[in-house]
Design a protein around this ligand. Structure first.
Ligand code: ZEM
Length: 299
């Protein structure tokens, strides 16, 4: 399986200091540009990194592996996957750095954007490695690999996160719940509406607490089926999010992460880092990099 389902990352990468410079550029742009919903482009960068990686299929017989390696979301064909609606904003945000830095692939840029956003939004340190290569149109993954939020069974969530991406129940709960602490849904993108938490520009374990503590009711509106909290009616859950509460095997991890923020953050750091590297084999000479935040550098 391993031999056919991985791509080799380039060993010819820049030194750490160069990537820290790119990180700083992205972080400074995040700080300067606040003209997006809740005041940050960070959440949509986290989502771009996830969607460029989440197309990986570990047992794909067609050998179209997907994943972050090939940078194929630069093609219209992949942007037109309905699940990618709204992500052009994030690509455009990062595009100037593709031009500024030579020998930087889209896969490296977009995954680094996700790492930078998590860290700058007070999340944990995410280990990251470079060496992805831009490939052509024939590497565009098929549609329907990214999850469909309207599905409401554990079986479906596991078919994506275990079947294709190879994560455990605990890892999928961690990824979805910390990811959805951030940002919001947009009617003009996915058709869903609203944020999951009261602090959508901070990486927290609040999603887990809210999912357990609030009384979630189907929203009364003419849009897609989604859930609203009964106390403030300002938050939302997707059908796939509700599965994490209803499925007892998922729920025990929701309870764990609601109680233990430290464990939640360290598990997330590990699993998000591995998500961004699905389907890639890095040479031993490429050591995982850990970037300093702007704050840590006094910038
Ligand atoms: Zn999301 N996600 N996601 N997600 N996601 C949205 C927004 C964001 C699902 C999903 O359908 C949607 C993960 C898993 C899953 C983020 C991160 C991560 C939206 C709203 C939808 C519909 C898009 C819009 O309208 O703009 C489903 C079904 C998932 C799994 C079952 C994982 C894993 C994530 C990262 C670790 C983030 C940060 C957002 C907010 C984006 C923004 O623009 O604010």
């Amino acid at each position: 399986l391993l031999a056919t389902n991985v791509r080799e990352a380039s060993a010819a990468v820049k030194p750490f200091e160069e990537y820290q410079k790119i990180y700083n550029d992205i972080a400074e742009k995040l700080r300067e540009e606040d003209d997006r919903d809740d005041g940050s482009y960070g959440p949509v960068l986290v989502r771009l990194a996830w969607h460029c990686s989440g197309t990986y299929d570990q047992n794909d017989p067609s050998q179209n592996k997907g994943g972050s390696y090939a940078g194929t979301m630069r093609f219209q064909q992949e942007q037109d996957d309905p699940e990618n609606a709204g992500l052009k904003v994030a690509q455009d945000f990062l595009e100037p750095f593709k031009t500024k830095y030579s020998n930087l692939s889209y896969g490296d840029l977009w995954t680094l954007g996700g790492v930078c956003a998590i860290q700058e939004l007070s999340g944990p340190k995410i280990k990251w490695r470079p060496g992805r290569k831009d490939l052509g149109l024939d590497a565009v993954p098929p549609y329907h690999r990214l999850p469909d939020a309207s599905q409401e069974t554990g079986e479906y969530v596991r078919s994506v996160f275990n079947g294709r991406l190879g994560f455990t129940d605990q890892e999928m709960v961690c990824l979805i719940g910390v990811g959805h602490a951030l940002g919001r849904c947009h009617v003009d993108a996915s058709g869903y509406d609203g944020p999951w938490t009261f602090s959508p520009t901070m990486v927290t374990n609040d999603f887990f607490k809210l999912l357990l503590d609030e009384d979630w009711k189907i929203r009364d509106w003419d849009g897609k089926k989604q859930y609203t909290d009964s106390s403030t009616k300002s938050l939302m859950m997707l059908p796939t999010d509700m599965v994490l509460k209803k499925d007892s095997k998922f729920r025990k991890y929701v309870e764990l992460y609601a109680k233990d923020e430290e464990k939640c953050m360290s598990d997330f750091a590990d699993v998000y880092s591995r998500l961004l590297e699905r389907g890639i084999k890095f040479p031993d000479s490429t050591k995982p990099m850990v970037f300093k935040t702007l704050e840590e550098q006094g910038l």
